[in-house]
Design a protein around this ligand. Structure first.
Ligand code: IVH
Length: 694
């Protein structure tokens, strides 16, 4: 390969940066750049690829990757491609002309809203919903069927019969999304519970689709809008939309247009009405209506040439940056917050916006007194983009980040590699308050009636300093507090006492380790059975845990290596928390089944040894979307387990697939442990990766 090393270097850097954004976006639901900035990177990557096709050899896959280890996998019947994006009218015109040239004449297009959601492919076998896959890496996706049971927009059956005696296999593709109003309500709920809000509705949809607990996904009010049918003879995209409507899928509002003028008119209409839709759209998709043109036009790397996405420019307003305030958070991070003259933007009134950190303010050169541009783009959280230079008053000075904590006056420091300024004083008052609030919040230990106001009171009177102090509060001093009496004191103490028996993930979440939210806490405890085991984990082991990125791993590692926190674990244990004993394995027992909980040593250690199957007896009921029975038997036997036809007390675990039979109830009666597809698949993966390591 005869490549300019500078080009190769730029390409590698881009690939790495994009992969990082993909990981944060798909894996951690925590994007750090706007869609626009991401698209610029992808565009540059596309330009380099077009100019130097040999760069292809440096890259493993095509369209990003949303796969997570904990889901079973399946191949897509056809690759799930991406779309080329454009932000310009001219480029859209050239697309229309290219299609017209290929067709040698005028062409009908279908213009559809581009739903800002998560791609999903649903397979129907003989008209019955069989399984649903995420995009994954475009070729292979995660099986998320269970998590979609509660999505009312997805019909369980469709009238797509095959020929007499033949099974029809039809696939419907579309976007899972969360409606704007539900997104706002759920984020408000999260903030109230002290959890980090989702950056936008699409991240909430992606996160919800990939939750460990299908019951929790069902609560997330997911919707589906379909735009594609595969495996069903259909001549035009318009007929696809009509057929989808007939099959009871909600309509995505696509419209026919002929020639560029009509296409552009329709795109502009969609742009104007975007905030009027219940769903979030970030653009319009323009598709050649005649599907036979697809073969003529073909695809280029990971995007087809018969369709294009026109992305709307982010909505932008101007307002005054009145002040920059500093907020000290639970972990000591000092966050600058813009105080803005109230302004209306994309459906809500904005009064403030985070400015992230000092570097960001300096890079954008934001000054108090500036008129600034505010955007929402695909992100629902408003962002201060840039100052308006010609409106800067002469008196506006560059913002100097203070060198001392605005709350306690201790010097602020910047830990290696972090952009944030931190106050390291563990006794800094707002930190103490935030830590206690977080510990007692509904999302963590859920101590009823111990809210922010009560905590402020306790801190003020010196009754508590740290959350362990909550456990030595006495009824008399509580009852003497203003607004409290003997009865509320008793209730509070009862709630405090009950918190010792909360599941360990709540305690782990409550400890306030940076980035360890409820879901991450559950993931960690699936891998390490007790807090003590987790505390002993090495940094690279933590990194290998599915869903734990490098930054998160470093935070956990640092937390547990601190002697003070080691001591804290002992104190918590002496207070009655189950710090040293294994937690019951999450998800190991089928959801509805009260069959023997795998408390204590489970037949399968959460941190699987060389083979979690070795020497164990299994029975199977129901079907598994990712594996046939025989294949499953073979894989268990290869790993030293055996599979029995009948259920008896000799069976260690009953594997419960979809539509289980009577064995499930029988297992319950006999007290035999059960495991669902997600757990089974995790064991298979763990044992396979252990085999690879050995
Ligand atoms: S058609 C070959 N139509 O946007 C890909 N995609 O950025 C055909 N999307 O992968 C996709 N709304 O996940 C199509 N009306 C729509 C869409 C849509 C949203 C998503 C889809 C696609 C992605 C590309």
């Amino acid at each position: 390969m005869n490549l300019d090393p500078a080009v190769e270097e730029e390409f590698r850097r881009l690939e790495e940066e994009i992969a990082g954004h993909d990981r944060r976006y798909h894996g951690e639901a925590r994007p750090t750049v706007s869609d626009f900035a991401y698209d610029q990177l992808r565009r540059r990557q596309g330009e380099l690829l077009a100019a130097h096709p040999s760069l292809q050899t440096l890259r493993p896959g095509g369209v990003g990757d949303d796969r997570l280890d904990r889901f079973p996998k399946k191949n897509h019947r056809e690759p799930m491609l991406s779309l080329n994006n454009t932000y310009g009218e001219d480029e859209l015109r050239r697309f229309v002309e290219r299609v017209e040239r290929a067709a040698a004449g005028p062409v009908d297009f279908v213009v559809e809203p581009k739903i800002d959601g998560v791609a999903l492919a649903i397979t129907y076998r003989s008209g019955r919903l069989a399984h649903a896959l995420t995009r994954g890496n475009g070729l292979e996706g995660d099986v998320v069927t269970e998590n979609l049971r509660a999505v009312a927009d997805i019909p369980r059956t469709i009238p797509a019969e095959g020929k007499e005696g033949e099974e029809s296999v039809v696939e419907v593709r579309g976007e899972i999304h969360v409606e704007e109003k539900d997104f706002q309500a759920m984020n408000a709920e999260r903030e109230e519970m002290g959890e980090e809000p989702y950056a936008n509705a699409r991240n909430l949809a992606a996160g919800s689709l990939k939750l460990l607990d299908p019951k929790e996904s069902a609560r997330r009010r997911l919707h589906f809008l379909a735009y594609e049918i595969l495996g069903y003879a259909i001549g035009t995209q318009w007929e696809v939309l009509e057929t989808l409507r007939r099959w009871q899928f909600p309509s995505n509002g696509g419209a026919l247009a002929r020639g560029f003028a009509q296409v552009w008119q329709r795109v502009e209409e969609l742009g104007k009405s975007r905030s009027g839709h219940a769903f979030a759209t970030d653009g319009a998709v323009v598709k050649a209506n005649d599907r036979s043109l697809r073969a003529v036009l073909g695809a280029q790397s990971s995007a087809p040439r018969w369709a294009i996405a026109y992305k709307f420019a982010p909505e932008r307003v101007e307002t005054l940056l009145e002040d920059i305030r500093l907020r000290v958070g639970r972990t000591g991070v000092v966050t600058p917050v813009a105080v803005l003259s109230p302004v209306h933007l994309a459906g809500s009134t904005i009064r403030s916006a985070t400015l992230h950190n000092g570097d960001d303010i300096a890079r954008k050169d934001l000054r108090i007194g500036d008129t600034v541009f505010l955007e929402k783009a695909g992100e629902v959280i408003p962002a201060v983009v840039a100052p308006v230079p010609e409106k800067r008053p002469a008196s506006a000075l560059p913002f100097a980040f203070p060198s001392q904590c605005p709350a306690c006056g201790e010097p602020l420091v910047r830990i290696d590699g972090e952009v944030a300024h931190r106050c390291l004083n563990p006794d800094c008052p707002p930190q103490l308050a935030r830590r206690l609030e977080h510990f007692a919040s509904r999302a963590a230990l859920d101590i009823a009636t111990l809210g922010p106001a009560r905590i402020a009171q306790l801190l003020e009177r010196g009754l508590v300093r740290h959350f362990v102090d909550i456990y030595s509060l006495d009824a008399d001093s509580l009852a003497a507090l203003p607004g409290m009496g003997p009865r509320s004191a008793k209730n509070l103490l009862a709630a405090v006492d009950a918190s010792r028996r909360q599941p360990t993930w709540r305690l782990l979440h409550g400890l306030g380790i940076p980035h360890v939210g409820a879901e991450t806490a559950k993931l960690l405890l699936r891998r390490w059975p007790s807090l003590q085991d987790l505390a002993a984990a090495e940094r690279d082991e933590l990194c290998r845990c599915d869903g734990v990125g490098e930054v998160v791993a470093a935070g956990i590692f640092r937390f547990f290596r601190s002697p003070a926190n080691r001591k804290l674990l002992e104190t918590l244990s002496s207070l009655g928390f189950a710090v040293f004993s294994p937690t019951p394995a999450i998800g190991l027992v089928a959801a509805q089944s009260p069959a023997r909980e795998l408390a204590g040593p489970s037949p399968f250690p959460e941190s699987a040894g060389p083979s979690p199957f070795r020497g164990k007896n299994f029975a199977i009921t129901g079907s598994f979307s990712s594996l046939g029975r025989e294949e499953l038997r073979r894989r268990i036997e290869e790993r030293g387990g055996s599979v029995r036809e009948a259920l008896s007390r000799r069976v260690d675990v009953l594997l419960v697939g979809e539509r289980p039979g009577s064995k499930r109830a029988e297992a319950e009666r006999l007290g035999i442990a059960t495991a669902g597809e997600d757990v089974l698949f995790r064991w298979l993966q763990e044992s396979e990766s252990a085999e690879r390591r050995n």
